[in-house]
Design a protein around this ligand. Structure first.
Ligand SMILES: Nc1ncnc2c1ncn2[C@@H]1O[C@H](COP(=O)(O)OP(=O)(O)OP(=O)(O)O)[C@@H](O)[C@H]1O
Ligand SMILES: [Mg+2]
Length: 238
């Protein structure tokens, strides 16, 4: 297994965001996560990526225990994430944003980084915006930049937090195609998304979270047919 989360627990006061969570992802696998607002989905990413510390449980990644490993160490080990609200370095150019990922997130030399960043920008359809300030990008471009910057760190696992949210249907379809390509290149994906159609075009397996608990897991279509999941999904759609 590439990622093995076991017995993860975390609360904020009386709000339980991780309630004995287990989750495994194999190398190259694509797993989707759905759940209502406040279910603890982003918190789970924060726990995995190291921004938050669990009160109990363990996370193993690529054979290593991540206890005490800071976010930058997890990134260098091959884990990269995007943020629900894009967080580019607004005053740097698109290209410079990627360089930060490649140089500091992967410890590449600037020369190696320059080449790989150019390739990633091309793959993500951002090459013609390479010299634009990140602060000037449209929402779709910002979402693409989140992914491009994550890819610049050469991850084995990419965590996507509602990357398709807020886009038009056409933009969403474009993004799904890009994510499909990333997946085909062998990078494992853990993708939180409310837009189930987009998610289902890419994932192998679906996990449903509610109140910090994993309430269902399995093949996407089978999971969605469960009455308790269906009930929650209607709430998500509304
Ligand atoms: N740092 C924090 N301090 C206190 N409460 C927090 C913190 N982070 C998250 N929470 C609370 O924990 C709960 C879960 O938040 P989280 O962001 O993980 O939900 P989510 O499933 O990602 O929701 P959404 O679909 O709205 O993005 C929410 O009630 C949120 O207000
Ligand atoms: Mg969230």
């Amino acid at each position: 297994m590439l990622l093995e989360v076991e017995g993860l627990k975390k609360s904020f006061g009386s709000i339980v965001v991780a309630d004995d969570l287990d989750l495994s992802i194999a190398t190259g696998e694509a797993v989707g996560i759905i759940g209502p607002n406040g279910a603890g989905k982003t918190s789970m990413f924060n726990l995995i990526a190291g921004g938050l510390s669990p009160s109990a449980g363990s996370i193993r990644f690529d054979g290593h225990d991540l206890a005490g490993v800071p976010p930058q160490g997890r990134c260098r080990a091959g884990m990269a994430r995007t943020h629900q609200i894009p967080q580019p370095f607004e005053k740097l150019t698109v290209f410079e944003n990627l360089l930060v990922g490649a140089v500091y997130g992967r410890r590449r030399t600037e020369r190696e980084a320059t080449q790989s960043c150019g390739e990633i920008l091309e793959r993500l359809g951002l090459l013609r915006r390479a010299n634009a300030l990140a602060g000037s990008l449209t929402l779709l471009e910002r979402k693409r930049l989140e992914m491009a910057r994550a890819l610049a760190t050469a991850p084995k696992l990419l965590l996507l937090d509602e990357i398709a949210g807020g886009l038009t249907e056409g933009e969403c379809a474009e993004l799904v195609a890009t994510i499909g390509d990333i997946r085909k290149s062998g990078i494992a994906i853990l993708w939180i998304e409310h837009i189930v159609n987009a998610l289902f075009a890419v994932i192998d397996r679906l996990v449903v979270l509610n109140f910090g608990r994993k309430i269902a897991e399995g093949l996407p279509k089978e999971v969605m047919q469960r009455p308790d999941v269906h009930q929650i999904y209607i709430g998500i759609e509304a």
